[in-house]
Design a protein around this ligand. Structure first.
Ligand SMILES: N=CN[C@@H](CCC(=O)O)C(=O)O
Ligand SMILES: [Zn+2]
Length: 438
């Protein structure tokens, strides 16, 4: 068990220092030689992801942080000599347990209202996701419930989900709009994300996804006009989204429509992301490579050719094993992306169709169902996930200079994250050098 001793804010020891020590295993980040580096032209060069071990793990280690930033990592005796725990604002004795970077969840649809548990039951009886959507259920049903919900309800729902995520070690999360499908509601959703993010310890990365489905009674082309001509300019004017995403899928938005949305998003200052090759191989991965998107997500039906194109274009594949689990679909081929030299980011895809909020569950699925080692899964849930949302400031690592976001496990090794699938292995969560109490 870890022991925390955090003085109150008027204590003389409250100097902004955080020391976490006596970690049996301390995950620093990708092993030397495999980390990404900036190419001379300023673009991202990910390097040969599969060449070496996925993570540098130190034994009997500690880290110190000042004002939310890691300033030293090393053997416990050295770090505690330089940064004595008794005079630190936050001092955590990991007691020989493992310490890992805070998890990064780079793909969620966490702001919505309503309940679709009955659709889950229908799917168990054989109804498909697409059949439900074609009947006006699925995303369209959540849109009706979300439009009818008050701002306060939307904020409260999101806050409650973020609380669960934080308690399970997620310290950075991407949240998409997309259950509004009109300018007014899409803005309400992004404003809800903004308001909740302001008052929550988790770092929230906002994504505009007006092109999440074609609203009832509309044609896709005509709706894409609305996204491009009304929604995107309004979102850009408010400055409340960083990425623009689109559901590139048969009977939703085709490749040309997806390209139109993402190019307009880019012109409005939003970096492209894409839901690609989820139910059918339509060409979304190639489009992502063409546009230099930050990520291509889902990829259940991507081919080796797609993996090579993404790796060559430095587009991060984001795999969502909880979605495949919930839908009873075959999992994405994680090894194919690693073999192609790409990173593999993992995410929950939390949404009403995939009620998964913990990156612990995702790591279990990645190991058991997709054949990743626990270390590869943890890299996907931290460093590589951060890459997919353009967080290249060390987020997802505990290197010097990185944000001091960490998780102390109640277990001696990182393998417990994937291995322990009934209850949480998370003991203590640290955000920006401060222990959080979700
Ligand atoms: N596939 C598209 N969007 C979500 C599902 C949204 C929903 O069904 O409400 C996803 O990524 O899984
Ligand atoms: Zn999604």
């Amino acid at each position: 068990m870890s022991g925390a001793d955090t003085p109150s804010s008027d204590d003389p020891a409250d100097d902004g220092t955080c020391v976490v020590y006596d970690a049996g295993e301390l995950v620093v980040g990708p092993a030397a030689g495999t980390d990404e580096s900036r190419a001379g032209d300023g673009s991202r060069a990910i390097g040969d992801r599969a060449a070496d071990g996925p993570l540098e793990i130190r034994e009997d280690a500690a880290f110190a942080a000042i004002d939310g930033e890691v300033v030293a990592v090393g053997p416990t005796d050295e770090i505690t000599r330089e940064y004595p725990p008794e005079s630190a604002a936050t001092a955590i004795d990991a007691g020989g347990n493992a310490v890992v970077p805070g998890f990064v969840d780079p793909h969620t649809h966490a702001v919505f209202a309503g309940d679709r548990s009955d659709e889950f039951t229908a799917k168990l009886r054989g109804k498909s996701y697409q059949e439900i959507l074609a009947e006006g259920g699925g995303i369209l049903r959540t849109v009706r419930a979300t439009r009818a919900a008050s701002d306060a309800t939307l904020r409260e729902n999101l806050r409650a989900h973020l609380d669960v995520m934080l308690a399970h070690g997620t310290t950075t999360v991407e949240v998409k709009s997309g259950y509004g499908l009109d300018a007014e509601t899409e803005l309400r959703l992004l404003e809800a994300i903004d308001r909740v993010a302001d008052a929550h310890p988790i770092d929230v990365v906002p994504t505009f996804m007006g092109a999440h489905a074609v609203p009832e009674g509309r044609e896709a082309d005509e709706y894409v006009d609305r996204v491009v001509e009304e929604q995107l300019p309004a979102v850009a004017e408010q400055g409340i989204a960083e990425f623009c995403d689109v559901f590139c899928e048969a009977d939703v938005f085709d490749v040309a429509q997806s390209r139109r949305v993402l190019e307009a998003g880019e012109a409005a200052g939003l970096t492209p992301k894409i839901h690609a090759e989820e139910f059918t191989r339509l060409g979304g991965a190639q489009l992502a490579a063409d546009l230099g998107a930050a990520s291509a997500d889902h990829l259940l039906h991507a081919t080796e050719e797609d993996a090579a194109a993404l790796a060559a274009a430095d587009v991060v594949p984001v795999l969502l094993p909880a979605t495949a689990f919930g839908l009873g679909e075959a999992y994405a081929d994680a090894r194919a992306f690693l073999d192609a030299g790409a990173p593999v980011a993992l995410a929950t895809d939390f949404n009403p169709n995939c009620h998964a909020r913990t990156m612990e569950f995702v790591q279990t699925l990645a190991a058991v169902e997709m054949g990743l080692t626990p270390a590869e899964a943890l890299r996907g849930a931290t460093h590589d996930a951060a890459l997919s949302i353009d967080r290249e400031d060390g987020t997802g690592t505990l290197r010097e200079g990185a944000p001091a976001d960490a998780v102390v496990l109640e277990a001696p090794s990182i393998a417990h994250l994937a291995y322990r699938f009934d209850t949480s292995a998370v003991d203590t969560v640290i955000k920006a050098g401060v222990e959080v109490d979700p």
